[in-house]
Design a protein around this ligand. Structure first.
Ligand code: FE2
Length: 195
């Protein structure tokens, strides 16, 4: 069959890719960060146990595909976080936790591998906790601070997608705390305690 061709459009590979086993990102416009224990002073309850641990211990790594300038209205970002297994004084390794600089911006998280807990905190102080596991999908509503803890004995991998104008507000959680902690309970299983 003959087409009346106006113009041919070249078929190209997209600038980034996701490994569907590890959710490791490859490509351009990637931002990577790594947090060691020494980068996370004050987030764990047991300061004495924290001080006895090697500050070079890796707690988590983040990769983000940021194809548009931060702050752009209407854009989207995509990321993968890997939290190592471990505890500080019986409290599971976790992310710093944040709300969004533009607090009315929502976000999706999804579980890829491992076991974890997503802590959610509203401005009114209501705390919720969702179990993260492979395939779990988490809608983080606007105006909701979020933090993830790895409660398993293997790396916890989860994905995220958020608006490019959301930004991050770490100061609020750093100064006020999260109100809840994910710890090893008496039976050896994860427990969420309000402190
Ligand atoms: Fe976020």
């Amino acid at each position: 069959m003959e087409f009346d061709v106006i113009q041919r459009v070249s078929l190209i590979d997209p600038p980034a890719a996701v490994n569907l086993h590890t959710w490791h990102l490859e490509g351009t416009n990637l931002v990577e960060s790594l947090k060691r224990l020494g980068d996370l002073p004050g987030i764990f309850r047991d300061a004495r146990a924290f001080a006895l641990m090697d500050p070079d211990t890796v707690v988590y790594r983040v990769q983000a595909y940021m194809p548009t300038t931060e702050g752009t209205e209407g854009g989207l970002y995509f990321g993968t976080t890997v939290i190592e297994p471990g505890t500080v004084g019986g409290e599971y390794f976790m992310t710093r936790g944040h709300s969004h600089a533009r607090a009315d911006r929502a976000e999706f998280y999804w579980g890829v591998k491992g076991q974890g807990v997503l802590l959610l905190l509203t401005p009114g102080g209501t705390i919720r906790a969702e179990r993260i596991s492979a395939g779990s999908l988490h809608y983080i509503d606007a105006n909701t601070a979020h933090r993830v803890a790895n409660t398993g004995d293997e790396p916890l991998i989860f994905g995220a997608s958020w608006p490019s104008d959301a930004g991050h507000n770490y100061a609020e959680i750093a100064s006020q705390g999260f109100g809840a902690r994910v710890v090893i309970g008496a039976s050896g299983t994860p427990e969420i305690i309000v402190v």
